[in-house]
Ligand binder design. Sequence first.
Ligand code: AMP
Length: 309
Amino acid sequence: MSILIVGTIAFDAIETPFGKTDKIIGGAATYIALAASLFSKKLNLVSVVGDDFPNEAIQTLIEHNVNPKGIQIKKGEKTFFWSGKYHNDMNTRDTLETQLNVLETFDPRVPQEYQESQFLMLGNVMPSIQKKVLEQIEKRPKLIVLDTMNFWIEKFMQDLQEILNKVDVLTINDEEARQLSGEYSLVKAARKIKKMGPKYLIIKKGEHGALLFNNEEVFFAPALPLENVFDPTGAGDSFAGGFIGYLDKTKDISFDNMKRAVIYGSAMASFCVEKFGTKRLEELTNNDVGKRLQEFIDLVKFDISLTQN
Ligand code: AMP
């Protein structure tokens, strides 16, 4: 099967307590695709870069199962740029700069051959772009997942509300869930957000794991306690890539399978943070993923016999 992914391809400059990078390759769509490539053989990507973007980076995506037909390269324009600085706890960060550049005038086009995509991942990008892609889809995919962030919630709430109505799953972090709902309690926030449209809601809580909400049910996936976290950039996108990649691979969108998909998402996020930028995701093998999943199983496995109480 295949996944249509929309999102930014970017240059990032990152500062963490462990170091600082100049412009490196990043972007929501990049992280989503690299993570999903461990599970899905066909990734259709809609995005845009300037002619300052290195061809080798596009080649890397192609080597990771990406069909690049929907990536526009704008002559004489600059690629989207984001820079951020992480606080000492590595769970929170400040955006230092966002230069929209090519995104400002981006008119996304979904190539005809992408219409076969069974899953749609509306990754983090301007809500109006996510909406334009949604409008070009001829046949509703099996599942539509939406990701967004504080930057867009703050500036484009109306556009966002329109698409929220049309998606199945929303993935956001705890701060964004509070911002979107105006509720501090995440349970109350989830109830309010689900009323805005999505049937399922995933709230990512960084090193404290992730929550998957459906009706009145909630499932918790832990984050793996890691000895070294070098750079959390892209963890949320890697999570989304692992989540939708696993669903695409298994072709099963039941709530029980989504619980497994959330664990796969958490595993991909745990890899992402181990090195700066996309490095760790690029080198991953299926064997690495298998071992990491076993660590997740061992982390939460316990025996309690309720009949003895
Ligand atoms: P994450 O850490 O999962 O939130 O994703 C970080 C990635 O998101 C970086 O590689 C950035 O290039 C990208 N990014 C940062 N700000 C935005 C934005 N406003 N819209 C879309 N992508 C962004």
